[in-house]
Ligand binder design. Structure first.
Ligand code: ATP
Length: 265
């Protein structure tokens, strides 16, 4: 039996009077890539923010590495955070620092390693992200894909056992999105990380997920492998799966057929 590294139990969250998470229960097993997927407004970011300890729920618990994060003392939380990396949607780099100085920040704040050792570690992580020789660039000089990879380099600079990644492929062209998905798989396989990815990009879900949790209206409506999700009898999930990838192609086909007068509708 693989031990869960994260256990979410009976999590309820609300903004004002609006209930946003409704009795969410899930586990993240050590060494797996768990993808939390769902449409816009389904509660993905709210769940992520609770797992990161950035929000307090109405009720419920989240255990990470045997620590109840809503009851933990500051020191316990600080120690836990050292084992966790977070890659935010837009990279979240500090605009006044170059790439290398952004990536080295966690090491400077949390360790007493000397500058040369930190330099080497930063170089290694940038190489892993296919970003060797970009350390001197400013965030404003980076493409969307590079920003995400630099953010990822910073998220894993402390070799965390647990990585959270918010919308890795959002806003990226398909080739860059695939490269990022491959990097996520490398981090699981080469660095034995447990990874929680929040996304609504189906292609990415199907490529990287060991397990998928589907949120709908703040509730978990499915929890299983990619095949379980693809074969789910739940109409809401089938709508989610079938609608998204085909929308543009169908629109294009319809439009093209109309131009050619093949489709009179
Ligand atoms: N700070 C807030 N105050 C009030 N309501 C909020 C707040 N943040 C989110 N919500 C609402 O909570 C619900 C869930 O939002 P959340 O951002 O968690 O969904 P999501 O699945 O991450 O959506 P998206 O994919 O669009 O980011 C939505 O109805 C949203 O409007």
């Amino acid at each position: 039996m693989v031990k869960p590294i994260i256990t979410v139990e009976h999590l309820f969250a609300q903004y004002g009077d609006t209930q946003v998470l409704k009795d969410v229960n899930l586990e993240v097993n050590t060494g797996e890539i768990l993808v939390v997927m769902g449409g816009s407004g389904s509660g993905k970011s709210t769940l992520l923010n609770h797992m990161l300890g950035l929000k307090t729920p109405t009720s419920g618990t989240i255990m990470i590495d045997d620590v109840n994060i809503f009851k933990a003392k500051n020191k316990q939380l600080r120690n836990l955070r050292k084992k966790m990396g977070v890659a935010f949607q837009g990279g979240a780099l500090l605009s006044s620092l170059n790439v290398a100085d952004n990536v080295r920040l966690p090491l400077e704040h949390n360790t007493s390693l000397d500058t040369q050792t930190i330099d080497i570690m930063v170089r290694m992580k940038l190489e892993l992200m296919n970003m060797a020789d970009t350390g001197h660039l400013m965030p404003s000089e980076l493409s969307g894909g590079m920003l995400k990879r630099a953010g990822l380099a910073r998220a894993v600079i402390m070799d965390p056992k647990l990585l959270f990644f918010d919308e890795p492929s959002a806003g990226l062209d398909p080739t860059t999105a695939v490269e990022l998905d491959e990097l996520i798989l490398t981090l699981r396989d080469a660095m034995n990380m447990t990874i929680v990815v929040v996304t609504h990009e189906l292609e990415s879900v199907f490529k990287i997920a060991d397990r998928v949790v589907v949120l709908f209206g703040g509730e978990v409506v499915a929890n299983g492998t990619v095949d379980d999700i693809k074969n789910s009898p739940d109409e809401r999930i089938q709508n989610m799966i079938n609608r998204q990838p085909n929308t543009h192609r169908d629109d294009g086909e319809v439009y093209f057929n109309r131009l050619l007068n093949k489709d009179k509708n």
